[in-house]
Design a protein around this ligand. Structure first.
Ligand code: AMP
Ligand code: GLY
Length: 429
């Protein structure tokens, strides 16, 4: 079968790397891809939301399965576009339709969904321009830290957390009346602050059955010790030491099952990945958010641990046959370190020439923001390259990942040196 992956980040390189290993995969394409995906696939310069361009490619290359990496095309309805087209209708596409992607595309919708279907989550109230005064009065009655969330997609930047009440009020005003996050901020959720440690749980759904993939922990802030601005993710670890079998059973019973039942009750036929962002509040999983896709950089540690043939798994999801699959997981630890361009997540430079050594034993290099030029591989984004190390212990995986990160060369590179450090205490117990 010929396969197309849509996207251009580390997540999509990880999918390409894994799918290319399958005997079921004949020709592999990535649109638009990066300097890493080109090693295992053919890159095609089509934007992720150019549905007509994607259609032409799918038909001309006889593609049998499309894997959608990022949320944008899902929220914009790429799956609905396929289902409405006579020639595309039968082609397997991995990702939810627009109604399912609302789990990520609207925080107001996903909060209401969780409340309605009994999924544990922080209490929250939603405000609009017309109810700004009520929102300010609501904040007055709360104690900090205050959590404000723009309803729509804001590239991971739509959440403001502050201890300062006046700042929270000013932010609410800016979001609702000054368009701080554009349309995404037309509705704002004011949410109860949750204490604890975060965990990313991944579910692959066929609309009825599901499999739970290995869990991961992401490192979201730019600075060591989880300080500074939020980023797309600076590193990830899988497995996560505190997420033992008993905890994961709790997650399945309290979160995954009601989520799947809720989707069915709402008439949403969800085919694809559900990424559940959890806060572990003293052993109790609380849902912070849903995403309608895999996480990045979590995919760079989750896929290397999956031993099952990826095409077989995705095909089963598209065909409603996940009940026939039991996934096999490598017990080894995987750790990835994301090397970013200096300045990220604020302004940074693109186009710097890179030196990338060959991957050492038990390591995989996943390109994120890179591009191929006549001079060689250059940086092409804020998050540039993810270095995944595998080891029998988390500590050895960390060492391999960090060593590779040190060996990558380009101007003003930066990476966190504390990936996994906060989890060591769970291993010493
Ligand atoms: P989100 O875009 O909803 O994932 O939020 C971005 C980040 O803000 C999360 O990864 C958490 O670190 C943090 N966050 C979101 N909601 C809460 C909350 N209710 N309590 C504490 N931290 C939160
Ligand atoms: N790493 C977090 C995300 O993909 O949203």
């Amino acid at each position: 079968m010929n396969i197309l992956i849509i996207g251009s980040g580390g997540r999509e390189h990880a999918f390409a790397w894994k799918i290319a290993q399958s005997k079921k995969c004949e020709k592999l394409f990535v649109a638009p891809g990066n300097a890493g995906t080109i090693q295992v696939a053919t890159n095609v310069d089509i934007k992720v939301d150019d549905f007509e361009g994607i259609k032409n490619l799918v038909l001309s290359e006889n593609i049998g399965m499309v894997v959608v990496g990022p949320e944008d095309p899902l929220v914009k309805g790429i799956v609905d576009f396929f289902k409405a087209d006579k020639k595309l209708r039968k082609i397997r596409i991995i990702g939810p339709d627009a109604s399912g992607a609302r789990l990520e595309g609207s925080k107001d919708f996903s909060k209401a969904f969780m409340q309605k279907h009994g999924v544990p989550t922080a209490f929250s109230e939603t405000f609009t321009k017309d109810t700004l005064e009520a929102g300010l009065a609501y904040l007055d009655k709360q104690t900090g830290p205050y959590v404000l969330k723009a309803d729509g997609l804001a590239a991971g930047k739509g959440v403001i957390i502050t201890e300062n009440k006046e700042e929270a009020k000013a932010s609410l005003k800016e979001m609702l009346t000054e368009g701080k996050f554009g349309e995404a901020g037309d509705k704002v959720l004011v949410e109860q602050f949750l204490n604890g440690i975060e965990l990313s749980v991944f579910v692959l759904s066929d609309g009825k059955n599901y499999v739970i993939l290995p869990e991961a922990k992401d490192y979201k802030r730019i600075g060591e010790g989880d300080t500074g601005l939020n980023t797309g993710g600076m590193g990830a670890v899988s497995p996560v030491p505190f997420a033992d079998a008993a905890y994961m059973q709790k997650v399945e019973d309290l979160v995954v099952k009601p989520t799947m039942a809720g989707l069915q009750a709402e008439g949403i036929h969800y085919v694809g990945f559900i990424f559940i962002g959890l806060m572990n509040d003293n052993g109790n999983p609380m849902v912070i958010e849903y995403n309608a896709r895999m996480g990045d950089p979590e995919t760079e540690v989750v896929l290397p641990r999956i031993k099952t043939d990826m095409v077989r798994l995705l095909q089963a999801a598209a065909d409603g046959k996940l009940d026939k699959i039991k996934i096999s997981v490598n017990p080894k630890s995987a750790v990835t370190t994301m090397v970013v361009a200096g300045g990220y997540p604020e302004a940074y430079k693109k186009g710097d020439l890179m030196e990338i050594p060959v991957a050492e034993k038990d390591t995989v290099i996943f390109h994120a923001g890179t591009n191929t030029t006549s001079e060689g591989v250059v940086t092409n984004g804020g998050r540039v390259i993810a270095l995944t190390g595998m080891g029998r212990t988390m500590a050895s995986a960390v060492r391999k990942s960090q060593k590779m990160a040190r060996n990558i060369k380009f101007k003003k590179k930066y990476f966190r040196k504390d990936i996994g450090k906060d989890l060591m205490k769970y291993l010493e117990k």
